[in-house]
Ligand binder design. Structure first.
Ligand code: DX5
Length: 229
C-alpha cells in the first residue's frame, strides 16, 4: 500500500435533473463532495448524448468547487479549449479516442488545465506507460461508458492494481480514478486495488439517507478498504 493519499468522492451529474443543474451542483457541494464530474457524451464514441461546454459554463457560477470534464467523445482535441473556458480545471480524454495521446495531454496542460486519460475496461494499463509525465489523472472505467446505473465490472480490479504500481513506481503525483457502478459495496474492491478518486452517480443520487450520508459512507468504506484508517 502506498503512503497516505487523499481519497476523493466525486459525483457524476448524469442522474441530476438537467432542468435545475445549478441547484443540483449546490446540493452536491453541500453534501461534501470533493469535485464534480460532467459526463460529456457525443453519441459517437458512446451511444448517448449529453451536454456541451455552454451547459457547464451555465452552472459554473453556482460554486467554486472544481469541475472535471470526462470527454467520452471522438476527436476531443477539437473541444479542449471550450471545456477549459467553460470552467473545467481537469479534462479527461479517452486513450481510445486519441491517436496522438501524448500531444493531447500536453495541450490540455498548455491550456491551463490538469490532464486526465481514461481507459475503457478492455484497454490495458500499459497504454499509459509512456504518457505518465504528461498526466495528472488516470481513470480506469469500471463500466463500458455511456450510461449510468450499470453493473460494476470487478475484472478491472487487477488493472487498477497494475496502474497503482505504475503510478507509485513513477513517483509522480497522479490521481487514480474509477468510474462506473461505484456503490458502498463495490468501492471496497476498487479502493483495495489502489484507486483514490471515486465517481458515483446513480448510487449516490439514490442513497436513501441522502447525498451527504452517501458521500460520508463511500469515503468511510474507501478509507477502511484502502488500509488508510
Ligand atoms: C459512463 C458514465 C457513468 C457515470 C457514473 O457511463 O461516466 O459511469 O459517470 O454512473 P454510475 O455511478 O451510475 O454507474
Amino acid at each position: 500500500m502506498t503512503a497516505l493519499r487523499p481519497l476523493l468522492i466525486v459525483p457524476s451529474v448524469l442522474p441530476a435533473d438537467f432542468g435545475r443543474l445549478s441547484d443540483e451542483v449546490k446540493e452536491l457541494v453541500e453534501a461534501g463532495v470533493d469535485r464534480i464530474q460532467w459526463d460529456v457524451m457525443d453519441g459517437n464514441f458512446v451511444p448517448n448524448l449529453t451536454f456541451g461546454p455552454d451547459v457547464i459554463a451555465a452552472a459554473r457560477a453556482a460554486t467554486d468547487t472544481p469541475f472535471e470534464a470526462h470527454l467520452m467523445i471522438v476527436e476531443p482535441d477539437r473541444f479542449l479549449g471550450q471545456y477549459v473556458d467553460a470552467g473545467c480545471e481537469l479534462i479527461i480524454v479517452h486513450a481510445e479516442a486519441c491517436p496522438h495521446l501524448h500531444r493531447t495531454l500536453a495541450r490540455i496542460r498548455d491550456l491551463g488545465a490538469r490532464s486526465g486519460v481514461a481507459l475503457n475496461p478492455h484497454t490495458p494499463a500499459h497504454v499509459v506507460e509512456h504518457v505518465l509525465e504528461e498526466t495528472d489523472l488516470v481513470l480506469a472505467m469500471t463500466v463500458n461508458p455511456g450510461f449510468g446505473g450499470q453493473a460494476y465490472i470487478a475484472s478491472v480490479e487487477p488493472k487498477i492494481a497494475t496502474l497503482r504500481r505504475m503510478i507509485d513506481d513513477s513517483g509522480l503525483p497522479i490521481e487514480l480514478e474509477v468510474d462506473g457502478g461505484i456503490t458502498d459495496t463495490t468501492i471496497a474492491g476498487a479502493a483495495a486495488a489502489g484507486a483514490d478518486v471515486f465517481i458515483s452517480g446513480s448510487w449516490l443520487y439514490g442513497h436513501q439517507a441522502g447525498k451527504a450520508a452517501g458521500v460520508e459512507l463511500l469515503r468511510a468504506v474507501a478509507i477502511e478498504s484502502a488500509g488508510l484508517s
